[in-house]
Design a protein around this ligand. Sequence first.
Ligand code: ATP
Length: 300
Amino acid sequence: LAQLFRPLDLLGMVYRTIRQGVIDMGAMFDLIDTPAEVVDAPGAPALVIGPGHLRFESVHFGYEPEREILKGIDLDVPAGSTLAIVGPSGAGKSTIARLLYRFYDLTGGRITVDGQDIAAVQQASLRAQVGIVPQDTVLFNDTVSYNIAYGREGATEEEVATAARGAAIAGFIERQPDGYATRVGERGLKLSGGEKQRVAIARTLLKNPPILILDEATSALDSRTEAEIMDTLEAIERGRTTLVIAHRLSTIVHADQIVVLDAGRVAERGTHAELLRRGGLYAEMWARQAAERDEALAAE
Ligand code: ATP
């Protein structure tokens, strides 16, 4: 019977989520596999956002009760700083991002934003403060302007253009015969992965959230596209508390803190230089990726 109700639950959730108007579709496709219903506590207050200080305190979580995925995670991300999470596939990196967006409730510990437990505040008020640039942005079958303006209801054309400039996609858009009225998506102009990501970045610049989750694409990009995207990502991270889920270590060299996650635990933490000196898991991953990068460069 529970099986029967699942699709209805999902529909209800999608409907409510769209109504809240605070989540972008890309995030929904990327971060939700099987959404569990998270309910606001009766009379929960709205999150009072301050500078955006983020903490994970002894966080435990499993999608199923018999299989714990996160086994006591402590993170402290000072307001405006960047924390990068790296680690092998399946270590629990995306799960951390999903929990910050409160797609699921924890089984132990707590996550706070500016000292407030995110489980005790209204979800909509939390999600309004968190922007997500997903791995692969799904665009609406509509104009590029609509796709950017989705970041904030009631945005003006000028604001859309400013966001597009900030995301380094304005030039590309202006070169199209229809400019901002160019239709994109499945039935419109096909954008490359990098272009789609820049649309997502423009959307997020419009939303202007104090907290940001960047879910870096797993697929290898050519080095020019990667360099372009890194520039725009740096622009968007400035002044925001940022959590980066990184697959390519070359993109997070300048992160304030790097956490190496392994099988649901923090195996190492520090800056890039500290972790290299340590000669552990991170140093090993770095050496491996550097070798791969050299090979790829030689092939380009
Ligand atoms: P990758 O680098 O491959 O994206 P990751 O470190 O982000 O991996 P997660 O996506 O957080 O890993 O997944 C951690 C573990 O949780 C994996 O073993 C995965 O199979 C499991 N998992 C993820 N989503 C679900 C889900 N919706 N239901 C059950 N198990 C899940």
